[in-house]
Design a protein around this ligand. Structure first.
Ligand SMILES: *Cc1c(COP(=O)(O)O)cnc(C)c1O
Length: 488
């Protein structure tokens, strides 16, 4: 299997190289040359690790299949407490795919517990002995998940940059208290886009590259633009479908819709890939918060990032430039030149458009909507009071958009909402939504939420309070380069 750059189809690599490199040289993202077809009946029968190995094998065909099975077993076993692909019925025809039973309590663990193993193996496959330095810009959850995944791996070091005031207190502490010898964490002034733009600049900085190469170091990314992040996410769409079939909720082959709380467009893109691989997915519904660039894009074909940036109660979705949409554009337009043109425009002017007929084809697969913080809070209350189901602020956005979508359809498929974080990661906002006055301190809020909801908070979050803070430096976006060089 070859992977092509979205911006230059003459630039193609195998999967080890795509995973090691992250971005292509000219700034494009790697996309697979084709979509292998999965035998649905078989997929529905498999346990999570076996299913993961089956899907990984299709794309990572320069890896040893035994290695992939072993890696999937190690990743999706104990670390997920036997709850990989956990699916809960919320009400008739509406399900919650709980993707937060991993070590950092957010869905990003699915990719970031596995990708580090893929990266170490990619270097072996390619006979590469250099040190890999990973730079991560994070709106909160990626940072912690990446730190947990790459901690103390041989030949790897990792630096995480998060927006100074863009995360919850618990998210911040999850990163600031991270243990391990090969890592560092930095707060960056500004919002997520400032941090992401700063990290992207570092990747494009040839001077920085040279200086690091001279030390035997190469840069790589763990952001969701890396192919190694995307491919593990395809798996849980099939896993959810398999659960529905095995539990008699749907018949084999019957269509199911998915609603995905979206920021960088990685999670929902994996759903698109699952659909292309033969999953009977109906609509993929893209749910945004008040930063509703994508809602507007799916309505008009006009992507416009030049707008006010809002800090919301769902910070991991506070994003105006959804990097993975570039891959979708490539699959839609089928032309590297068309993508390059638009990405140039986006970089220069903050906007681009697609043609009406292309938009119409896009709408056959996707629907989109958004929810304000108040509407999200209303969903948390509704889910809890009506269905006895507790969800976090990101998942709540998707419940609002999913319910609205279903109400608009004369007839609709069963709907799976992807639940992307534990409600206990955002205890103050969740308590507020339940009509409780949240204590100032996030940990008091966490314990109060346990009392109010009757649900148990994940142990790893409770323990954070006792852990010493290791990283408390705040830097400007321009200093990311110096941090990468180890000069700060
Ligand atoms: C990262 C994240 C999202 C958004 O996922 P994308 O792949 O960036 O679209 C949604 N919810 C939570 C909790 C997240 O951490």
């Amino acid at each position: 299997m070859w992977f092509y750059s979205t911006r230059d189809k003459n630039n193609r690599v195998r999967s080890s190289q795509a995973i090691l490199q992250g971005l292509s040289e000219e700034g494009g993202l790697f996309v697979p040359e084709s979509f292998p077809q999965i035998n649905l009946e078989e997929a529905c029968r498999l346990e999570y690790p076996q299913l993961a190995a089956l899907i990984l094998r299709q794309y990572l065909d320069d890896y040893d299949p035994d290695f992939l099975l072993q890696a999937a077993r190690e990743t999706y076993g104990d670390a997920f407490q036997g709850k990989a692909g956990e699916l809960k019925k919320v009400e008739k025809g509406l399900y919650s795919l709980e993707l937060w039973h991993g070590p950092t309590c957010a869905f990003k663990d699915y990719a970031l517990q596995l990708m580090p193993r893929l990266l170490v193996q990619a270097k072996k496959n390619l006979n590469r002995g250099e040190t890999t330095q990973i730079l991560v810009a994070t709106s909160g959850d990626t940072g912690k998940a990446a730190l947990a995944g790459y901690r103390d791996l041989p030949g790897i070091r990792i630096q995480v940059f998060y927006p100074e005031s863009g995360t919850s207190e618990i998210q911040r502490l999850q990163m600031a208290t991270q243990e391990g010898e090969n890592l560092s964490v930095w707060a960056v002034q500004g919002n997520f886009d400032d941090a992401q733009t700063g990290v992207k600049k570092a990747f494009a900085d040839r001077e920085l590259e040279k200086a690091l190469n001279a030390q035997g170091v190469r840069l790589s990314s763990a952001n969701s633009i890396n192919w190694g992040r995307l491919v593990p996410q395809i798996v849980y769409y099939f896993a959810a479908y398999g659960r529905l079939v095995r539990e008699g909720e749907v018949k084999l082959g019957q269509k199911v819709d998915f609603c995905v709380p979206t920021g960088n467009f990685g999670d929902i893109l994996a759903g698109y890939y699952a659909k292309r691989m033969g999953l009977p997915a109906g609509r993929l519904v893209c749910a945004s918060n008040k930063n509703n660039v994508l809602t507007d894009f799916f309505a008009t074909g006009f992507y416009d990032a030049r707008r006010e940036f809002y800090k919301t109660d769902s910070p991991s979705m506070d994003i105006l430039i959804s990097s993975n949409l570039e891959r979708m554009l490539y699959h839609l337009l089928g032309s590297d030149e068309a993508v390059r043109l638009r990405m140039d425009q986006l970089a220069r002017t903050g906007r681009y458009t697609i043609e009406e007929q292309d938009l119409n084809r896009l709408k056959e697969v996707f629907d989109a909507g958004f929810a304000s913080d108040e509407e999200g809070a209303g969903q948390i209350r509704t889910c809890f009071e009506k269905d006895g189901y507790l969800c976090d602020t990101h998942t709540a956005v998707a419940f609002k958009v999913a319910r609205e979508y279903m109400a608009r359809q004369a007839e609709h498929n069963p709907m799976v909402v992807l639940s992307t974080a534990s409600p206990f990661k955002f205890p103050a906002a969740v308590l507020g939504a339940l009509g409780q006055k949240a204590p100032q301190d996030d940990f008091e809020a966490l314990h109060l939420l346990e009392e109010v909801s009757g649900c148990k908070a994940p142990l790893s979050l409770c323990q954070l309070k006792e852990m010493p803070v290791r990283f408390d430096r705040v830097i400007r976006p321009e200093q990311i380069k110096a941090a990468a060089l180890g000069e700060l």
